[in-house]
Ligand binder design. Sequence first.
Ligand SMILES: [Zn+2]
Length: 265
Amino acid sequence: MKFPILIIFIFSSFLSVAHDNKGRAHYLGNEGVMVSQSGVKVLFDPFFHNSYGHYTLVPEKLRQAIFDNKAPYDNVSAIFISHAHGDHFDKNDVLKYLQKNQTVKLFAPAQAVEMIKNLKGYKEVKDRVTAVHLKKGEAPKHFSIKDIDIEVVRIPHAGWPKRAEIENMVFRVKVGGSTVVMHMGDADSDVSHYYEQQFFWPKQTTDMAFPPYWLSLSASGKHVLNKVINAKKIIGVHVPTTVPPDLKASGDDFFSKPGETRDIE
Ligand SMILES: [Zn+2]
């Protein structure tokens, strides 16, 4: 084999391997999910300690593997935080993880970043932190880092208009150049919030969305999932440890056991 042909051969086999490398979602607990594609990895809501007696925690062994940068949870590029509630976010853990893993970037609502700012050691990591400032109804924000494209929109926390002050973010993230996922935090089921952002959803098809499970339980939430957000596949999260019979009956897929995975087509 001549030298240039060898180069082309190596390059094309590399491309086919890269192409075959499907996206994958790994469940951590509650709304914690890791998404990987071609070796590019991101974490959503990975660190928290409050189950409120109903929800899954990230098992200690799994949590330790994330902290210790052990496969498959190694070489993560970015963490996304949906909102600053105790079943989604622990400020000390997030800071500790950023200190230990010095290339990881953080994207979080300004409210969550305010809490981390007061901790000792924040100065060491602050250049890798992006505070997302968004009001309800405001136009989406866009960020990008190596191999990752990020769009964010604020959708109110469930129970709206109660808890209207909580900055709940919906992140639509393109990982590794091809896999698009959407993490919705504790988004409310009322379709009117999503109509307020009517131009956001059609702009990009989502391969896999992670809505809170309650969207699968109401007509309005079902409409959001099936007709509005432009997602090909739904995996419910925030599922109580005792899986509600209504959720099983809904026909929607969901994560309930930490460690389980789904391939993203
Ligand atoms: Zn929650």
